[in-house]
Design a protein around this ligand. Structure first.
Ligand code: 5GP
Ligand code: ZN
Length: 113
């Protein structure tokens, strides 16, 4: 989608520190980290949010989960990390391209608030 920041990161138009990539997903460092490790994992397909994903996205959603786990392993965070997606403005979603936040490297509180 032409005016989407994350689609521009996928195309290389906007630079980001890429952690890993495959043909379906991309993991890159968040610009405004909320933990020592803060990576965004996104599908290369422009899906607005988890709420707008449908049955046709089943494979991509599975790959996204596996990409998150692989990202955690690559960053040696597999023993303690949190994966979260904000779906909808009321939940704090500010970029309308589905993404998971992978947070690690500090004590993660619960409930998250
Ligand atoms: P949301 O608020 O939608 O759950 O998460 C969007 C995330 O994208 C935020 O954590 C924000 O810091 C990050 N972000 C926004 N613009 C950019 C950008 O241009 N590059 C990178 N690497 N991260 C971005
Ligand atoms: Zn997009």
């Amino acid at each position: 989608m032409s005016d989407c920041i994350f689609c521009k990161i996928i195309s290389g138009e906007i630079k980001a520190k890429i952690i890993r990539e495959d043909s379906f997903t991309l993991s890159f460092l968040d610009l405004n980290p909320q933990a020592p490790t803060h990576v965004l994992i996104i599908p290369k397909k422009h899906i607005v949010s988890l709420a707008s994903a449908d049955e046709g996205d089943m494979e991509i959603l599975g790959r996204l989960q596996l990409a998150a786990a692989e990202t955690a392993r690559l960053l040696k965070a597999e023993k303690a990390f949190r994966l979260v997606t904000n779906s909808g403005k009321g939940a704090g979603q500010s970029v309308d391209h589905l993404h998971y936040h992978l947070l690690a490297g500090r004590k993660l509180l619960w409930p998250p608030g």
